[in-house]
Design a protein around this ligand. Structure first.
Ligand code: 4F9
Length: 292
């Protein structure tokens, strides 16, 4: 996987890309990340990348020309076999989830990530050089840099050889649509709390059964909305019925999350936006270098 990042704060990516699994993945060339300074694509001598909004109001808007030049320049330099996707990180995007991460990892060889800043980005950027907008959650950040790092980290875990044991990817939370089971390590007793004896039994079948039960229980307590789409077999369903009955009979631990409610009918998101198939790749006069 080859990732190009476009940002006005390239320095934010340094330690992130050098550390831990990502650092090793990059060192082993399983993952290539190139961070580009958007200002290098600015068209005036002050290297400006923002301007006042048409229509007035406060704040600044990122101008279209540097983005369009940068994305087309990077896109034009990709190998002819590249399967590329140009992604704008934005709170207006579809919410990133495990299925989306796996789809991107499987379908594309090259990603161009656009990290917006300021109050926003000129709408013509979306219209010309963006295939897809992605959000990491419903909150506003100062820019798309952290969301881009979130995406890169999630993607890196899908690249063969980056996560040590293939098993730990297969068993990751969400992999089968369930939350993870609880984990314990030494010492056996912490603040009076003992490790569940089954984990000390050495009986791998019983341990696997316990973990599955606990994963179902965690999901039922904390994220019951996930169960609708989880991969469950008949044994899981029976277990869930038992757990539901137990749950009703016992008061909560207080660690349960508020259950996310399904949006009301009619308030649901409209269908996924169109893909931008990027017809002519030239800088039209409405978007290009005004100093020319
Ligand atoms: C991007 C928030 C992706 C959430 C980008 C301000 C953003 C964001 N997910 N907020 N710029």
């Amino acid at each position: 996987m080859h990732v190009h990042v476009l940002t006005i704060f390239p320095e934010l990516f340094g330690p992130f890309l050098a550390t831990s699994l990502i650092g090793r993945g990059i060192a082993e060339e399983r993952l290539v990340v190139e961070v580009h300074d958007l200002r290098d694509y600015a068209v005036d001598k002050h290297k400006s990348v923002d301007d006042e909004p048409y229509g007035g109001g406060g704040g600044m808007v990122m101008t279209a020309a540097p983005w369009i030049r940068a994305v087309r320049s990077l896109g034009g330099a990709l190998p002819p076999t590249a399967r590329r996707r140009r992604i704008l990180l934005s709170p207006q995007g579809r919410r990133l989830d495990d299925a989306k991460v796996r789809q991107l990892a499987a379908d594309y060889s090259h990603l161009i990530l656009l990290c917006g800043r300021y109050e926003g980005i000129d709408e013509r950027v979306r219209r010309t050089v963006v295939d897809e907008e992605l959000s990491i959650g419903d909150y506003v950040l100062s820019g798309g840099e952290l969301p881009a790092m979130v995406l890169i980290e999630a993607l890196s875990r899908q690249i063969p050889g980056i996560v040590g044991l293939p098993d730990s990817v297969e068993n990751d939370s969400f992999r089968r649509g369930l939350l993870d089971h609880p984990h314990y390590t030494r010492p056996r007793r912490v603040e009076g709390l003992e490790v569940p004896p089954v984990l000390l039994s050495g009986d791998h079948r019983r341990i696997a059964a316990w973990r599955r039960r606990k994963a179902l229980e965690a999901t039922l307590r904390k994220r019951p909305d996930l169960l609708a789409r989880a991969e469950l077999d008949d044994a899981d369903r029976r277990l869930l019925e038992e757990l539901r009955a137990e749950l009703e009979a016992t008061p909560g631990s207080g660690l349960e999350n508020d259950v996310p409610e399904a949006p009301a009918e009619g308030l649901q998101r409209p269908g996924w936006r169109r893909n931008n198939t990027d017809p002519a790749c030239h800088l039209g006069e409405d978007t290009s270098d005004e100093s020319a």
